[in-house]
Design a protein around this ligand. Structure first.
Ligand code: ADP
Length: 264
């Protein structure tokens, strides 16, 4: 039987429902997310774009449960996570959510293997050697197992971060500008790995990016303006994404979408 705070989500893994985030109080308050309702189907790859200050980071933090919305719900498999206590949320984040950052966020004193297995050890689990080997191989790091982050290129470091994010077999994989610090070719390799994680059927990926080429690897691109969803594109080309980005400024001024479907 469903509990009171469960709702059916069909093929959806994650849903943000009327999510609002206000920073500060009264006169000094900033509405970073006005009222965002978005669903994420299982095993899809979504890119979130928008001008600086449009609420992308806030959106990602609320969706990944790193921050709580001021109001609204975040539902994972139908369960409202905003009602959970911190302890339960920490556990859920550890087991079910992987995160990849622009700046890699690796521990410099640890080897590749130790960085990758850290989430398991933090969760009090003994790393499953087969799983660790598999994820290290999949990310092309087999010959680098004993290296430390300082001995690796940016792309290799981001591979370690992806291996670390995947080692717990999370259902959700979030990326905050995961290719932002990489050159074009390396960025493509990293995007390929994210795409592969989704296509292999285990993960649902959501990344924030300002790069139309990165966004064109996604199944869907969601555009935010002033804390609201202004438009969505399905499987767009990099050119379509770039065109939409240039039109967002006009949308912000007129509050009317141009070219793409308006999402309410
Ligand atoms: P983006 O990632 O698209 O640049 P953000 O989510 O970082 O946008 O920010 C959205 C709005 O919320 C901006 O106006 C920003 O200044 C504001 N904001 C973000 N974080 C905070 C915070 N901790 N305190 C106050 N205002 C914030």
């Amino acid at each position: 039987m469903r509990s009171a705070n469960e709702r059916p989500t069909g093929g959806e893994l994650l849903r943000l429902q009327d999510v609002r985030k206000v920073y500060g109080r009264s006169r000094n308050s900033v509405t970073a997310l006005a009222s965002v309702s978005l669903g994420f189907q299982r095993r899809t790859f979504t890119a979130v774009m928008g001008p600086s200050g449009s609420g992308k980071s806030t959106f990602l933090h609320c969706a990944a449960l790193l921050d709580r919305p001021t109001s609204g719900s975040v539902l994972l498999e139908g369960q409202d996570l905003t009602a959970m206590n911190e302890r339960a949320l920490t556990k859920l984040r550890r087991n079910r959510i992987g995160f990849v950052f622009q700046s890699f966020n690796l521990l410099p004193a640890l080897t590749v293997v130790d960085n990758v297995t850290l989430p398991l050890r933090l969760a009090g689990e003994r790393p499953d050697r087969r799983r660790v080997d598999e994820v290290i191989e999949r990310t092309g790091l087999t010959s680098r197992r004993k290296h430390r982050p300082g001995e690796l290129s940016g792309g290799q470091q981001q591979r370690v971060a992806i291996a670390r994010a995947l080692v717990t077999r999370p259902v959700l994989l979030f990326g905050d500008e995961p290719t932002g610090a990489l050159d074009t070719q390396t960025a493509l390799e990293i995007l390929g790995l994210l795409r592969e994680a989704v296509d292999a059927g285990e993960q649902t990926a959501v990344i924030v990016t300002h790069d139309p080429v990165a966004a064109s690897h996604a199944d869907r691109v969601v555009f935010l303006v002033d804390g609201q969803v202004s438009a969505e594109l399905q499987r767009p080309s990099a050119e379509q994404v770039a065109r939409q980005m240039t039109q967002l400024g006009s949308w912000a001024r007129t509050r009317r979408p141009m070219g793409a479907e308006r999402v309410n």
